[in-house]
Ligand binder design. Structure first.
Ligand code: ADP
Ligand code: MG
Length: 600
């Protein structure tokens, strides 16, 4: 076969300068409109637009929490409260000497960052609904404290908002200041959104186990996101205090919190442009139709219902016309195993994974009952047995989802800690799932890139500012993912949303995602389920080639033909115990196996 020498590119219009311009066009138009608005010389409109920018500074950060990470932080108005009072109190000299206003604004951001993490931390333990309640509770506490702590906040009487000196003095100067900060907030959150951190957030939201198996540590990532969202919320608060010119606790209403939240939902989860437009619309809408102001909550609710029922993907989905182009009906998956050496690189060291005396019970069920298993690099090891015999559980022990009661798990002689699924990727252990776990709302290419998350070097801050190391990471990862997609035969679907794919294609997407890790060990859980006979044959060729490139493959499968065609060793499980182990020939003629499992 011929070697591909030209780089493999994603299909569709997303590449090339025209495609890039197309992607940025909406931002350019929005930016121009914002810059030109003062030409109208309408100060009322200027104030509304300024408010929209301020709300967006907060929502841009909240968007990473709600839209990307899927955390229901419904009371984020508390960050606005904290930032507003911090900035106002420091600038007015209510705590010590008067602070320069810009410094006071930064302090507002700092306080927001700290409390963003404090409020966010429960998300690591609590499930969605309970977390939503904690954020609401905190918002109430913030308002109550503002009411009670009269020395600093002025209590119910309130305190004057800070006034920014030239060049950002009240009026159009302040307008441009807020516009600038909104643009910066957009830029840094968009950078995060399109980085490995952003993809990891979406993976946590929609496919948490797959995210962990790809080496994504949820706690660390969420803390960083809450820090950023808190800081942006605090800065928005400082700006808000200045816009209001006088702040009292009742300025920070529940409706406002709902506005931020709903603006993101109607914008579309996992998008930056959609929520920006959503926030803009929700801020401006009640103002244009002045009689509607007292109806604003009703209006938000109605809009939300409409969006949820008619376009669940929100504004972002409406704008995503590319994914409405029909896909070719009769698609064929034609893997290119000849590309594997380029995907996997040198695998000279042959890994040996050894399970010894593993015992794991679920209540009274002995799911695994004293299992010994060795998986060698360069070989395909078949794991077969009737339903419920413990095959998936075995994979889950190696992947770190379960802690067995007894036994040891070693990789090349060193102990692999039980549990801690996200460290598996560092040991270059990859897997696929019995039911494919992919992020339906992300493109196929992004899904595959998730598999290479641990290969990135750029820090969160570097991604935020799109510094060279981040850009290098992205380029390298994108190329590796395209190569992996070409290897499994799906490169023509790279830019397509994953939820538009057929089931059989998702199985190959999962394999591509695993390959991007350059795995020393690859575990496949019933990869042939739901595939046609021809697809199974091609899959077999691909799996065998992966093992020949040096990877240790553990294959759980029901298709006996596939097992006996490609495996070097086979272990048969029954009721969590090894019933037989040996070469395919030995297993095929094993009396008990034939009678208990394979059939006559
Ligand atoms: P296989 O993949 O071989 O079909 P599994 O490993 O999924 O089987 O299951 C082995 C046994 O453990 C079955 O009896 C199953 O019902 C039980 N089991 C698996 N996972 C759990 C769980 N999370 N909780 C309770 N029982 C489980
Ligand atoms: Mg199973």
């Amino acid at each position: 076969m011929t070697e591909i020498t030209t780089p493999i590119r994603a299909g569709g219009a997303s590449t090339g300068w025209l495609g890039r311009l197309e992607g940025k066009l909406s931002w350019i138009l929005l930016g121009l409109a914002g810059l030109a608005l003062p030409l109208l010389d309408d100060s009322y409109m200027g104030t509304i637009a300024t408010r929209a920018y301020i709300y967006w500074v907060l929502s841009a950060g909240l968007n990473l929490v709600v839209g990307y990470a899927g955390q229901i932080a419904i009371g984020w108005v508390s960050m606005l409260t904290l930032g507003a009072y911090t900035t106002a109190a420091l600038a007015a000299g209510r705590v010590g000497p008067e602070w320069p206003v810009y410094l006071a604004l930064l302090a507002g951001g700092g306080v927001g960052a700290v409390f963003g993490v404090v409020v966010g931390l429960p998300a690591l333990r609590l499930r969605t609904f309970y977390f939503a309640m904690t954020t609401l509770g905190f918002a109430t506490i913030a308002t109550q404290v503002a009411l009670a702590w009269k020395d600093v906040t002025g209590g119910g009487v309130g305190t004057p908002g800070p006034v920014f000196p030239w060049p950002f003095d009240p009026g159009w100067g302040f307008y441009y200041f807020c516009f600038l900060l909104a643009a910066v907030a957009t830029w840094i959150t968009a950078n995060i959104g399109s980085s490995r951190y952003g993809r990891a957030l979406v993976a946590i939201r929609d496919a948490e186990v797959a995210a962990e198996a790809s080496g994504i540590a949820k706690p660390r990532l969420l803390v960083l996101i809450f820090l950023l969202a808190g800081a942006l919320g605090g800065i928005a608060g400082g700006l808000f205090a200045s816009l209001q010119s006088y702040i009292t606790p009742d300025a920070f209403t529940f409706e406002m919190s709902v506005l931020f939240f709903i603006g993101i939902l109607i914008g579309g989860r996992g998008s930056i442009l959609g929520p920006a437009l959503g926030t803009l619309i929700l801020t401006v809408l009640p103002e244009i139709a002045a009689p509607l102001v007292q109806w604003s909550t009703f209006l938000y609710a109605a809009l939300l219902l409409l969006i949820v029922l008619v376009i669940p993907g929100g504004i972002a989905d409406l704008l995503d016309y590319r994914n409405r182009r029909p896909l070719e009906q009769h698609r064929e998956i034609v893997p290119r195993p000849d590309l594997l050496p380029r995907v996997l690189g040198d695998q000279n060291a042959r890994t040996l994974i050894a399970l010894k005396g593993i015992r794991l019970h679920f209540g009274g069920v002995k799911a695994i009952d004293g299992l010994d298993l060795e998986i060698h690099g360069g070989e395909v090891h078949g794991l077969i047995g009737p339903n419920g015999s413990g095959k998936t559980t075995t994979l889950n022990v190696v992947s770190g989802y379960y802690r067995p009661r007894e036994g040891s798990l070693r990789v090349d002689g060193s102990d692999l800690p039980f549990e801690r699924p996200h460290v598996r990727a560092q040991w270059r252990i990859a897997r696929t799932f019995q039911t494919p776990r992919v992020v339906g709302a992300a493109s196929v290419l992004e899904n595959v890139m998730i598999g290479g998350t641990v290969h990135g070097h750029g820090t969160f801050a570097e991604s935020m500012l799109s510094l060279p190391r981040h850009r290098l990471d992205e380029r390298v990862l994108r190329e590796a993912a395209m190569l992996a997609l070409a290897t499994v035969g799906l490169e023509s679907l790279a830019s397509v949303r994953a939820d538009r794919l057929q089931h059989s294609e998702l199985r190959f997407v999962e394999i591509a995602r695993a390959l991007v890790l350059r795995p020393a060990c690859l575990m496949l859980d019933e990869p042939a389920a739901g595939l046609s006979a021809e697809e199974i044959r091609r899959l077999g060729g691909l799996i065998k080639a992966i093992s020949r490139a040096g990877t240790a493959v553990l294959l759980v499968e029901h298709h006996a033909d596939l097992i006996f065609d490609i495996c070097d060793r086979v272990t048969v499980l029954n009721l969590g115990k090894v019933l037989a182990a040996g070469t395919p020939e030995e297993i095929r003629s094993h009396r008990e196996v034939v009678s208990a499992y394979l059939g006559a």
